[in-house]
Design a protein around this ligand. Structure first.
Ligand code: CP
Length: 358
């Protein structure tokens, strides 16, 4: 199966850039960027991913400043609406928006009028009516952010919907990989665990194949989507998948890997009879030191969090020299700043600090 990039461009945008204080950003957004929403990576080109990565690099520089605050999104209101729990995604979006000078409102569905039976569309229209510009939304049902995008004038960012997609997680994963490995074309990325129920795996598959990486999936056959590679009858729906490889034997799959990404095992999978026992899962699919030694020297150990240490990943790997798990979280702020910046078509001058600091 071909894993070629979805366009010829590899790393970077290929557009003219402005360099100031070590920051590189296009002076205007390139013509290929015309997004209103970020709902998944399934339609992202390599150029678009390169633009997000380059913009996130610039945002990292902003974050390194003594006073990490710029007026880029001044006058913009960002609302986070979360129907599911989150630590990393919600806090990093909120911090990203604040650093860019936006006003931020946070709504937890559990403490909102959703509890009184308000529908999703009415909730989104209410958020719009109070003056929001950008909606960052997490929902347990696949497709919910698409509904929000269709029924409102808000710019919508999917912060995780059901089993479907978690595009900004995949973007921060790609950013972390790129910062260690450079060009990801031909790099072997092994994703291990409950692939079927993982929105992180799904968005990573799209993002990684778009930039030409080789994706190998590993996990129990009962937690592996059927008909991978577009032959599953899902070609036109939200569960379609790009061409990837499958190897159910982790010891073999991990050989020569540049990146090994473990996924969280949700304990209810055992109750549902999808794995024989947690002990068996650990024996066959835990990413541990012995297994990681089969990967390339210097391979990256990744996990989107939250982790079940001692189950899908051993503590020695989670906190060892190969681990970039905390770096993933840190990079999440810069990547989400980049996404907010690009969606709101902000001008680079403000980010670069050339129009006065906030
Ligand atoms: N990786 C991730 O989405 O973490 P949170 O659930 O803490 O946001």
């Amino acid at each position: 199966m071909s894993n070629g990039p979805r366009s010829s461009a590899g790393r970077g945008t290929g557009t003219a850039v402005k360099e100031e204080r070590g920051v590189r950003l296009p002076p205007t957004l390139p013509p290929f960027w015309h997004r209103r929403h970020v709902l998944d990576l399934d339609d992202f080109s390599a150029e678009e991913i390169g633009l997000v990565m380059d913009t996130a690099e610039a945002m990292k520089e902003v974050l390194s400043r003594q006073i990490a605050r710029v007026p880029t999104l001044r006058g913009t209101t960002v609302v986070t609406l979360f129907y599911e729990a989150s630590t990393r995604t919600r806090t990093s979006f909120e911090l990203a928006a604040r650093v860019l000078g936006a006003d931020v409102m946070s709504i937890a569905a559990s403490a909102s009028s959703v509890q009184k039976g308000e529908s999703l569309v009415d909730t989104v229209l209410t958020v719009q009516a109070v003056g929001a510009d950008v909606l960052v939304m997490r929902h347990g049902h696949s497709g919910a952010p698409y509904l929000a995008a269709r029924h409102s004038n808000l710019k919508v960012v999917n912060a995780g919907d059901g089993w479907h997609a978690h595009p900004t997680q995949a973007l921060l994963d790609l950013f972390t990989m790129r910062s260690h490995l450079g060009d990801l074309r031909g790099r072997k990325v092994v994703i291990v665990g409950d692939i079927t129920h993982s929105r992180v795996a799904r968005s990573n598959m799209w993002g990684l194949t778009a930039v030409g990486a080789r994706v190998v999936l590993c996990g129990p056959p009962t937690l592996m989507p059927v008909g991978l590679g577009g032959a599953n009858g899902h070609e036109h729906d939200e569960l379609a998948l790009p061409p990837v490889e499958v190897n159910l034997d982790l010891d073999r799959a991990i050989e020569g890997a540049d990146v090994v990404m473990a996924l969280r095992l949700q304990m209810e999978r055992q109750q549902a009879g999808l794995i024989p026992s947690v002990r068996e899962y650990v024996r066959l699919y835990q990413v541990n030191g012995e297994r990681l030694a089969r990967a390339k020297p210097g391979a990256l150990a990744m996990h989107p969090g939250p982790m079940n240490e001692g189950i899908e990943i051993s503590p020695e790997v989670a906190h060892g020299v190969h681990s970039v798990i905390e770096e993933q979280v840190t990079n999440g702020v810069a990547v989400r700043m980049a996404v907010l910046y690009l969606l709101t078509n902000a001008r680079s001058g403000a980010v670069l600090g050339t129009e006065g600091q906030a």
